[in-house]
Design a protein around this ligand. Structure first.
Ligand code: TRP
Length: 331
Protein backbone atom coordinates (compact mmCIF):
# COMPACT_ATOMS: atom_id res chain seq x y z
CA UNK A 1 0.00 0.00 0.00
CA UNK A 2 1.32 3.42 -0.84
CA UNK A 3 2.06 6.00 1.82
CA UNK A 4 -0.57 8.57 2.68
CA UNK A 5 0.24 12.21 2.04
CA UNK A 6 -1.91 15.15 2.99
CA UNK A 7 -1.71 18.80 2.19
CA UNK A 8 -4.10 21.71 2.36
CA UNK A 9 -4.90 25.25 1.36
CA UNK A 10 -6.86 27.91 3.16
CA UNK A 11 -9.66 29.01 0.85
CA UNK A 12 -9.00 32.72 0.76
CA UNK A 13 -8.87 33.49 -2.95
CA UNK A 14 -7.91 32.27 -6.38
CA UNK A 15 -4.59 30.48 -6.86
CA UNK A 16 -1.73 32.11 -8.76
CA UNK A 17 1.54 31.20 -10.47
CA UNK A 18 3.31 31.12 -7.11
CA UNK A 19 1.01 28.31 -6.00
CA UNK A 20 1.46 26.63 -9.37
CA UNK A 21 5.23 26.24 -9.06
CA UNK A 22 5.24 26.01 -5.26
CA UNK A 23 2.64 23.31 -4.69
CA UNK A 24 0.19 22.50 -7.49
CA UNK A 25 2.67 20.98 -9.95
CA UNK A 26 4.03 18.88 -7.12
CA UNK A 27 0.60 17.53 -6.32
CA UNK A 28 0.04 16.53 -9.94
CA UNK A 29 3.20 14.40 -9.71
CA UNK A 30 2.66 13.12 -6.17
CA UNK A 31 -0.82 11.79 -6.92
CA UNK A 32 0.84 9.07 -9.03
CA UNK A 33 3.18 7.98 -6.24
CA UNK A 34 1.11 8.23 -3.07
CA UNK A 35 -2.41 8.10 -1.70
CA UNK A 36 -2.92 11.84 -1.76
CA UNK A 37 -5.42 13.89 0.23
CA UNK A 38 -5.87 17.57 -0.58
CA UNK A 39 -7.85 19.41 2.05
CA UNK A 40 -9.61 22.72 1.66
CA UNK A 41 -8.98 24.20 5.08
CA UNK A 42 -12.12 26.25 5.53
CA UNK A 43 -12.19 25.80 9.30
CA UNK A 44 -8.66 27.15 9.50
CA UNK A 45 -9.54 30.02 7.15
CA UNK A 46 -12.40 30.93 9.47
CA UNK A 47 -9.99 31.42 12.38
CA UNK A 48 -9.08 34.80 10.91
CA UNK A 49 -12.14 35.34 8.70
CA UNK A 50 -14.97 34.26 10.99
CA UNK A 51 -16.76 37.53 10.29
CA UNK A 52 -16.53 37.08 6.53
CA UNK A 53 -17.70 33.54 5.80
CA UNK A 54 -18.92 34.54 2.34
CA UNK A 55 -15.33 35.01 1.20
CA UNK A 56 -14.40 31.53 2.42
CA UNK A 57 -17.50 29.99 0.86
CA UNK A 58 -16.80 31.40 -2.59
CA UNK A 59 -13.12 30.53 -2.45
CA UNK A 60 -13.82 26.86 -1.71
CA UNK A 61 -15.29 26.35 -5.18
CA UNK A 62 -12.60 28.53 -6.82
CA UNK A 63 -9.96 26.26 -5.31
CA UNK A 64 -11.47 23.12 -6.76
CA UNK A 65 -11.70 24.74 -10.20
CA UNK A 66 -8.02 25.66 -9.89
CA UNK A 67 -7.02 22.16 -8.74
CA UNK A 68 -8.80 20.34 -11.52
CA UNK A 69 -7.75 22.75 -14.24
CA UNK A 70 -4.03 22.20 -13.54
CA UNK A 71 -4.41 18.43 -13.59
CA UNK A 72 -5.09 17.31 -10.06
CA UNK A 73 -7.15 14.24 -10.85
CA UNK A 74 -10.06 13.48 -8.53
CA UNK A 75 -9.71 9.80 -9.40
CA UNK A 76 -6.22 9.82 -7.91
CA UNK A 77 -6.48 12.55 -5.27
CA UNK A 78 -9.08 12.80 -2.53
CA UNK A 79 -10.22 16.41 -2.50
CA UNK A 80 -12.34 17.35 0.51
CA UNK A 81 -13.47 20.22 2.72
CA UNK A 82 -12.22 20.35 6.31
CA UNK A 83 -15.51 21.42 7.92
CA UNK A 84 -17.32 18.45 6.42
CA UNK A 85 -15.22 16.03 8.47
CA UNK A 86 -16.36 16.62 12.08
CA UNK A 87 -13.90 13.94 13.22
CA UNK A 88 -11.16 16.55 12.76
CA UNK A 89 -12.89 18.88 15.19
CA UNK A 90 -13.39 16.03 17.63
CA UNK A 91 -9.73 15.03 17.55
CA UNK A 92 -8.74 18.69 17.96
CA UNK A 93 -10.61 18.80 21.29
CA UNK A 94 -8.69 15.81 22.65
CA UNK A 95 -5.41 17.24 21.33
CA UNK A 96 -6.01 20.57 23.06
CA UNK A 97 -5.43 18.83 26.40
CA UNK A 98 -1.95 17.89 25.28
CA UNK A 99 -0.58 21.37 24.53
CA UNK A 100 0.07 24.38 26.70
CA UNK A 101 -0.75 27.98 25.90
CA UNK A 102 2.94 28.75 26.27
CA UNK A 103 3.80 26.23 23.58
CA UNK A 104 1.19 27.66 21.22
CA UNK A 105 2.50 31.18 21.78
CA UNK A 106 6.00 30.09 20.77
CA UNK A 107 4.99 28.89 17.28
CA UNK A 108 7.02 31.19 15.00
CA UNK A 109 4.58 31.08 12.08
CA UNK A 110 1.61 31.92 14.28
CA UNK A 111 3.65 34.61 16.03
CA UNK A 112 4.41 36.29 12.69
CA UNK A 113 0.75 36.09 11.64
CA UNK A 114 -0.41 37.60 14.92
CA UNK A 115 1.95 40.53 14.40
CA UNK A 116 0.91 40.92 10.77
CA UNK A 117 -2.80 40.85 11.58
CA UNK A 118 -2.38 43.29 14.43
CA UNK A 119 -4.31 41.21 16.98
CA UNK A 120 -2.37 42.87 19.81
CA UNK A 121 -3.55 41.40 23.10
CA UNK A 122 -6.88 40.24 21.67
CA UNK A 123 -5.80 37.06 19.96
CA UNK A 124 -8.83 34.90 19.18
CA UNK A 125 -8.34 31.55 20.94
CA UNK A 126 -9.33 29.72 17.77
CA UNK A 127 -6.54 31.43 15.88
CA UNK A 128 -3.88 30.64 18.47
CA UNK A 129 -5.01 27.03 18.47
CA UNK A 130 -5.16 26.42 14.73
CA UNK A 131 -1.87 24.48 14.78
CA UNK A 132 -3.63 21.97 17.04
CA UNK A 133 -6.43 21.66 14.57
CA UNK A 134 -3.84 21.28 11.82
CA UNK A 135 -2.23 18.49 13.85
CA UNK A 136 -5.59 16.76 13.80
CA UNK A 137 -5.88 17.29 10.02
CA UNK A 138 -2.66 15.44 9.50
CA UNK A 139 -3.01 12.64 12.03
CA UNK A 140 -6.66 11.74 11.54
CA UNK A 141 -5.76 10.61 8.01
CA UNK A 142 -2.61 8.77 9.15
CA UNK A 143 -0.56 10.95 6.81
CA UNK A 144 3.17 10.25 6.88
CA UNK A 145 4.27 12.98 4.48
CA UNK A 146 3.05 16.56 4.33
CA UNK A 147 4.09 18.53 1.22
CA UNK A 148 4.40 22.13 2.39
CA UNK A 149 6.52 25.25 2.34
CA UNK A 150 9.09 26.09 5.02
CA UNK A 151 6.63 28.19 7.01
CA UNK A 152 4.63 25.05 7.80
CA UNK A 153 7.49 23.15 9.47
CA UNK A 154 6.47 24.37 12.96
CA UNK A 155 3.00 22.89 12.38
CA UNK A 156 4.43 19.46 11.68
CA UNK A 157 6.73 19.69 14.70
CA UNK A 158 3.70 20.57 16.80
CA UNK A 159 1.74 17.64 15.35
CA UNK A 160 4.56 15.21 16.11
CA UNK A 161 4.86 16.43 19.70
CA UNK A 162 1.15 15.85 20.17
CA UNK A 163 1.31 12.41 18.56
CA UNK A 164 4.15 11.35 20.87
CA UNK A 165 2.29 12.63 23.92
CA UNK A 166 -0.95 11.00 22.88
CA UNK A 167 0.63 7.64 22.16
CA UNK A 168 2.55 7.71 25.46
CA UNK A 169 -0.29 8.86 27.70
CA UNK A 170 -2.84 6.47 26.24
CA UNK A 171 -0.38 3.60 25.66
CA UNK A 172 -1.19 3.24 22.00
CA UNK A 173 0.47 3.46 18.62
CA UNK A 174 -2.67 4.44 16.77
CA UNK A 175 -1.33 7.83 15.66
CA UNK A 176 1.58 8.31 13.28
CA UNK A 177 4.28 10.96 13.19
CA UNK A 178 4.72 12.78 9.88
CA UNK A 179 7.47 14.48 7.93
CA UNK A 180 7.37 17.63 5.82
CA UNK A 181 8.05 17.18 2.13
CA UNK A 182 9.58 20.53 1.25
CA UNK A 183 9.01 22.05 -2.15
CA UNK A 184 12.31 22.47 -4.03
CA UNK A 185 11.29 25.52 -6.00
CA UNK A 186 12.07 28.88 -4.43
CA UNK A 187 9.16 31.14 -3.58
CA UNK A 188 8.00 33.03 -6.66
CA UNK A 189 8.51 36.80 -6.44
CA UNK A 190 5.67 39.20 -7.19
CA UNK A 191 5.38 40.98 -10.54
CA UNK A 192 6.52 44.15 -8.74
CA UNK A 193 9.70 42.51 -7.45
CA UNK A 194 8.43 42.10 -3.87
CA UNK A 195 9.59 38.95 -2.12
CA UNK A 196 6.31 37.14 -2.51
CA UNK A 197 3.54 36.94 -5.09
CA UNK A 198 0.32 37.35 -3.16
CA UNK A 199 -3.28 38.22 -3.67
CA UNK A 200 -3.26 40.89 -0.99
CA UNK A 201 -0.27 42.69 -2.52
CA UNK A 202 -1.95 42.69 -5.95
CA UNK A 203 1.25 41.47 -7.59
CA UNK A 204 0.28 37.97 -8.68
CA UNK A 205 -0.77 36.42 -11.97
CA UNK A 206 -3.74 34.17 -11.32
CA UNK A 207 -4.29 30.84 -13.06
CA UNK A 208 -7.73 32.10 -14.04
CA UNK A 209 -6.58 35.49 -15.39
CA UNK A 210 -7.79 36.36 -18.89
CA UNK A 211 -5.15 36.72 -21.65
CA UNK A 212 -5.29 40.53 -21.70
CA UNK A 213 -4.87 40.69 -17.90
CA UNK A 214 -1.84 38.41 -18.06
CA UNK A 215 -0.34 40.57 -20.78
CA UNK A 216 -0.93 43.73 -18.81
CA UNK A 217 0.72 42.24 -15.72
CA UNK A 218 3.72 41.02 -17.70
CA UNK A 219 4.23 44.37 -19.42
CA UNK A 220 4.16 46.22 -16.10
CA UNK A 221 6.70 43.89 -14.48
CA UNK A 222 9.64 45.22 -12.54
CA UNK A 223 12.87 44.83 -14.55
CA UNK A 224 16.11 46.77 -14.09
CA UNK A 225 15.32 50.42 -13.30
CA UNK A 226 18.71 51.47 -14.73
CA UNK A 227 18.15 49.71 -18.04
CA UNK A 228 16.70 52.69 -19.86
CA UNK A 229 17.75 52.20 -23.49
CA UNK A 230 17.72 48.82 -25.20
CA UNK A 231 21.42 49.27 -25.95
CA UNK A 232 22.40 49.65 -22.29
CA UNK A 233 23.73 46.65 -20.41
CA UNK A 234 21.01 45.34 -18.07
CA UNK A 235 20.85 43.46 -14.81
CA UNK A 236 19.34 40.00 -14.69
CA UNK A 237 19.44 39.51 -10.90
CA UNK A 238 16.33 40.88 -9.27
CA UNK A 239 14.79 41.36 -12.72
CA UNK A 240 11.34 39.81 -12.40
CA UNK A 241 11.00 39.02 -16.11
CA UNK A 242 14.08 36.79 -15.91
CA UNK A 243 12.95 35.23 -12.64
CA UNK A 244 9.70 34.23 -14.35
CA UNK A 245 11.52 33.07 -17.50
CA UNK A 246 13.68 30.86 -15.26
CA UNK A 247 10.57 29.46 -13.63
CA UNK A 248 8.37 28.98 -16.69
CA UNK A 249 10.34 29.00 -19.97
CA UNK A 250 10.51 25.40 -21.25
CA UNK A 251 13.91 25.99 -22.91
CA UNK A 252 16.62 26.80 -20.35
CA UNK A 253 19.36 27.31 -23.01
CA UNK A 254 17.28 29.97 -24.67
CA UNK A 255 16.86 31.75 -21.32
CA UNK A 256 20.64 31.67 -20.77
CA UNK A 257 21.11 33.17 -24.26
CA UNK A 258 18.66 35.95 -23.50
CA UNK A 259 20.39 36.65 -20.20
CA UNK A 260 23.82 37.09 -21.74
CA UNK A 261 22.41 39.33 -24.47
CA UNK A 262 20.58 41.42 -21.91
CA UNK A 263 23.69 41.78 -19.75
CA UNK A 264 25.80 42.74 -22.75
CA UNK A 265 23.27 45.33 -23.89
CA UNK A 266 21.12 45.33 -26.99
CA UNK A 267 18.05 43.55 -25.70
CA UNK A 268 15.10 45.75 -24.83
CA UNK A 269 12.66 45.19 -21.96
CA UNK A 270 9.77 45.06 -24.43
CA UNK A 271 11.37 42.12 -26.23
CA UNK A 272 11.87 40.00 -23.12
CA UNK A 273 8.40 40.89 -21.88
CA UNK A 274 6.90 39.77 -25.15
CA UNK A 275 8.75 36.45 -24.89
CA UNK A 276 7.56 35.97 -21.31
CA UNK A 277 4.00 36.83 -22.27
CA UNK A 278 4.07 34.15 -24.99
CA UNK A 279 5.45 31.60 -22.52
CA UNK A 280 2.80 32.36 -19.92
CA UNK A 281 -0.04 32.42 -22.44
CA UNK A 282 1.09 28.99 -23.68
CA UNK A 283 1.13 27.72 -20.10
CA UNK A 284 -2.18 29.20 -19.02
CA UNK A 285 -4.31 28.71 -22.15
CA UNK A 286 -4.81 24.94 -21.69
CA UNK A 287 -5.44 25.51 -17.97
CA UNK A 288 -8.14 28.05 -18.82
CA UNK A 289 -9.64 25.70 -21.41
CA UNK A 290 -9.79 22.86 -18.90
CA UNK A 291 -11.43 25.23 -16.43
CA UNK A 292 -14.09 26.18 -18.95
CA UNK A 293 -15.03 22.52 -19.38
CA UNK A 294 -15.87 22.24 -15.68
CA UNK A 295 -19.14 23.22 -14.05
CA UNK A 296 -20.50 23.59 -10.56
CA UNK A 297 -22.44 20.30 -10.63
CA UNK A 298 -19.32 18.38 -11.50
CA UNK A 299 -17.31 20.20 -8.81
CA UNK A 300 -20.00 19.35 -6.24
CA UNK A 301 -19.82 15.71 -7.23
CA UNK A 302 -16.05 15.64 -6.89
CA UNK A 303 -16.39 17.13 -3.42
CA UNK A 304 -19.14 14.73 -2.41
CA UNK A 305 -17.01 11.74 -3.34
CA UNK A 306 -13.91 13.21 -1.70
CA UNK A 307 -15.76 13.99 1.50
CA UNK A 308 -17.17 10.49 1.85
CA UNK A 309 -13.74 8.92 1.24
CA UNK A 310 -12.15 11.26 3.77
CA UNK A 311 -14.89 10.59 6.30
CA UNK A 312 -14.34 6.86 6.09
CA UNK A 313 -10.62 7.21 6.79
CA UNK A 314 -11.13 9.72 9.61
CA UNK A 315 -13.82 7.63 11.28
CA UNK A 316 -11.50 4.64 11.35
CA UNK A 317 -8.80 6.58 13.19
CA UNK A 318 -11.34 8.08 15.59
CA UNK A 319 -12.55 4.61 16.59
CA UNK A 320 -8.99 3.81 17.61
CA UNK A 321 -8.58 7.16 19.35
CA UNK A 322 -11.75 6.71 21.43
CA UNK A 323 -10.72 3.19 22.35
CA UNK A 324 -7.25 4.37 23.34
CA UNK A 325 -8.67 7.07 25.61
CA UNK A 326 -11.29 4.66 26.94
CA UNK A 327 -14.35 6.62 25.92
CA UNK A 328 -15.73 3.86 23.73
CA UNK A 329 -18.44 3.18 26.33
CA UNK A 330 -21.07 1.46 24.34
CA UNK A 331 -19.86 -0.93 21.68
N1 TRP B 1 -1.73 26.04 7.18
C1 TRP B 1 -1.73 25.70 5.79
C2 TRP B 1 -1.53 27.01 4.99
O1 TRP B 1 -1.77 28.08 5.50
C3 TRP B 1 -3.01 25.04 5.33
C4 TRP B 1 -3.27 23.74 6.01
C5 TRP B 1 -4.28 23.44 6.85
C6 TRP B 1 -2.50 22.55 5.88
N2 TRP B 1 -4.22 22.16 7.29
C7 TRP B 1 -3.15 21.58 6.70
C8 TRP B 1 -1.34 22.21 5.19
C9 TRP B 1 -2.63 20.30 6.84
C10 TRP B 1 -0.84 20.91 5.31
C11 TRP B 1 -1.49 19.98 6.14
O2 TRP B 1 -1.13 26.93 3.86
Amino acid sequence: MSKIILTGDRPSGRLHLGHYVGSLLNRVTLQNQFAQYVMIADVQALTDNFDNPEKIRNSVFELVYDYLSVGIDPNKTTIFIQSQIPEIAELTVYFLNLVTLGRLERNPTVKAEIRQKGFGNSIPAGFLCYPVSQSADITVFQAELVPVGEDQIPMIEQANEIVRRFNTIYSTDCLKESKPLLSKTPRLVGTDGQAKASKSLGNAIFLSDEPNVIKEKVFSMFTDPNHIHAGDPGKVEGNVVFTYLDAFHPNKDEVEDLKSKYKRGGLGDMVIKKILNDVLQDLLTPIREKRNELNKDYICNVLKTGISEAKLAAAKTMDQVRTAIGIDYIR
